[in-house]
Ligand binder design. Structure first.
Ligand code: ATP
Ligand code: MG
Length: 594
């Protein structure tokens, strides 16, 4: 029963395993002859394996999705003991020069009785070894670890990608592998990584700049109206009367600043109307001045209360040292937008094409608006520059910023990410999303990601979501997802020729993403905890709940007293003790209760 399939110039004669017994749509049923399932390792046929079906002039490649001893009685009579289902994925064609190419999709379906065989390593190589300038090597194939797993970087970037999987399976490490390869392979591309847990600081060496509240300058006037309201009301919905006042006076403050600039800088005078959202500078004291002026004209005491409350709100936020990254120099002015954009998005790259935006040190109630501003600016810069400077925007914990449940999170952040997902590719802004809770991520955003890296996932809802996002043929493979090991990933979509089960490269221990908020030494759960450590914990705890500074370096403060005196830093280890956003939220809750 041996048949020779002359695909690799007759180098190897693959063993026939069985014959096609039924074909339905893109699925074929193959009866295996008895010896092929009792035979040595090499010919064992199981789910996830590739089979070749010899057709006319080509070999159809399918992946085994189901294997069972149940079969048609008529097949049994003919000696076919095992029945396997295969999803037909593509074809291997031999060109005039004898070179074998893999093409996705099936042009000619198999017929009953066509021979099926286990594909050779050369054929596997022809399918996966798409090494070229356009590909990056991110690991090894699970089916044959001697073969590299390549992904097509242009396809992956231009149509967005997502990395999904439960906690601890190696998502962040996978991100580190992929981004490192991207930095190597596409030095022209700039990468902006949103890092909510301050994990990536050490992963990319001197090819990245790390931004924290200590060295980021994101002036308040870059915030659009909704974002500003979110900041002033500290993450709670705004009070209507106060919001109305702001809606009226922010454009005036912007205009006032612009006309002052014109007078001094002698710029061309124009009478353009400024909106609340126009990203031009204004001064905080102009805003306060306008509120004062309006309040002075009021006679009604209740309306004065609204203005007073608003003034107090502005005063408290602008004087909060944790907000110095946006309110430092709030009254000085100066149009720094170009320099801020060039710092944030590495223009020019100067050998560091990557920005790691560490969020764990920011006041928790402002993180959403910060991500919103950054995502919006990344998109808008692409839009107004006609995509001349391509940027990859990578967002960890994406379900926090673009939640499926619209009542969770901050609308503008979701919209900023959704805009990149929907239109970014036209303007050279690409998206990479990472989440451990795919079912909680906005499905319209996930559906825009054409390459998915699926890691171990146990939750049925998460799996259902991924199943809906991949092709029918690929969906059958998702059955393996709950059993994937750490570092193992199923890659689907545009970036790979076929759904590929692979293992990410190993990263050197010192480059593995690791939260800097956690001690660097191995946790030994209590046996050597000293008093100094507990003191530090208490210190951080109090510092955070007193809303004093939790920053590493001194910053230029707006000229106002801090809510509480800054505490002295007690040693080198304190420098790594930035506060995780989740923990901060918990602390806030318990403080409110107590
Ligand atoms: N490619 C890799 N190379 C080396 N170590 C790895 C790799 N992938 C995973 N690990 C190990 O597994 C651990 C967990 O991986 P990682 O932090 O990437 O998981 P995660 O999915 O991002 O987890 P979380 O959901 O908690 O963020 C790492 O600390 C590391 O020890
Ligand atoms: Mg992670």
């Amino acid at each position: 029963m041996l048949s020779s399939v002359d695909l690799n110039n007759g180098e190897r004669t693959p063993l026939e395993l069985g014959r096609v017994l039924a074909v339905r749509g893109s699925e074929a049923s193959i009866g295996l002859v008895e010896w092929s399932w009792t035979n040595p390792e090499e010919t064992r046929t199981t789910v996830g394996q590739f089979l070749g079906i010899r057709g006319h002039n080509k070999v159809i490649i399918g992946v085994v999705t189901d294997s069972s001893i149940q079969g048609l009685p008529v097949a049994r009579e003919r000696g076919y003991a095992v029945n396997v289902s295969v999803d037909l994925m593509g074809e291997l064609r031999t060109d005039a020069k004898g070179k074998v190419h893999f093409v996705r999709g099936v042009t000619e379906y198999p017929s009953i009785g066509d021979a099926a065989y286990l594909i050779s390593q050369d054929e596997l190589k022809a399918i996966y070894d798409i090494s070229s300038k356009a590909t990056i090597d991110i690991g090894s194939l699970q089916q044959d670890t001697s073969l590299r797993a390549y992904i097509n970087i242009d396809e992956m970037l231009s149509k967005h990608f997502a990395i999904l999987g439960t906690t601890g399976v190696g998502k962040s490490s996978g991100v580190a592998v992929i981004l490192k390869e991207i930095l190597d392979g596409r030095p022209d591309l700039r990468v902006f990584l949103v890092d909510p847990h301050n994990e990536y600081g050490r992963c990319f060496g001197d090819r990245s700049q790390v931004l924290t509240p200590a060295n980021l300058r994101l002036p308040f006037w870059l915030f659009n109206f909704e974002e500003m309201i979110d900041v002033l009301f500290r993450g709670r919905p705004g009070v209507d009367e106060e919001v109305d006042v702001l809606a009226e006076i922010i454009p005036l403050a912007r205009k006032a600043y612009a006309s002052g600039e014109r007078a001094t800088a002698g710029r061309r005078s124009d009478s353009r109307g400024y909106t609340v959202d126009t990203p031009v500078p204004y001064r905080m004291n102009d805003l306060v001045g306008l509120i004062d002026e309006r309040m002075g004209k009021l006679e009604n005491r209740t309306s004065r209360t609204t203005y007073n409350k608003l003034l107090m709100r502005i005063d408290s936020v602008t004087n909060d040292p944790r907000y110095a990254f946006m309110f430092a120099n709030a009254n000085v002015g100066g149009d720094t937008m170009s320099s801020i954009l060039s710092q944030l998005f590495r223009m020019p790259t100067e050998g560091r094409p990557m920005t790691i935006m560490q969020l764990a040190g920011f006041p928790v109630e402002v993180v959403d608006s910060v991500v919103s501003v950054l995502g919006r600016m990344a998109f808008d810069f692409g839009l107004w520059s006609d995509g001349k400077l391509p940027l990859l925007f990578v967002c960890e914990e994406a379900h926090r910023y673009a939640a499926a449940d619209r009542s969770i999170g901050f609308g503008p952040t979701r919209r900023a990410i959704s805009r990149i997902a929907k239109e970014g590719r036209k303007y050279g802004v690409f998206l990479g999303l990472i989440t451990q809770r795919p079912a909680e991520l906005d499905p319209t955003i996930i559906s825009q990601c054409s390459s998915l890296f699926v890691m171990r996932m146990l939750n049925e809802r998460d799996q259902a979501l991924v199943r809906a996002a991949v092709s029918d043929a690929a969906a059958n493979l998702l059955g393996f997802v709950p059993s994937l090991g750490t570092r193992e990933v199923f890659a689907f979509g545009e970036a790979v020729a076929l759904p590929t089960r692979l293992r990410f490269k190993e990263i050197a221990a010192e480059r593995v993403p690791r939260s800097e908020a956690v001690s660097e030494t191995e946790t030994d759960f209590g046996s050597t905890v000293d008093q100094a450590f507990i003191d530090q914990v208490v210190d951080r705890w109090r510092t955070a709940t007193l809303s004093s500074r939790v920053r590493n370096e001194p910053v230029v403060e707006p000229e106002a007293p801090a809510a509480a005196p800054p505490r002295p830093v007690r040693g080198a280890r304190d420098l790594q003790l930035t506060l995780d956003a989740d923990r901060y939220k918990l602390l806030k809750k318990s403080a409110a209760k107590g």
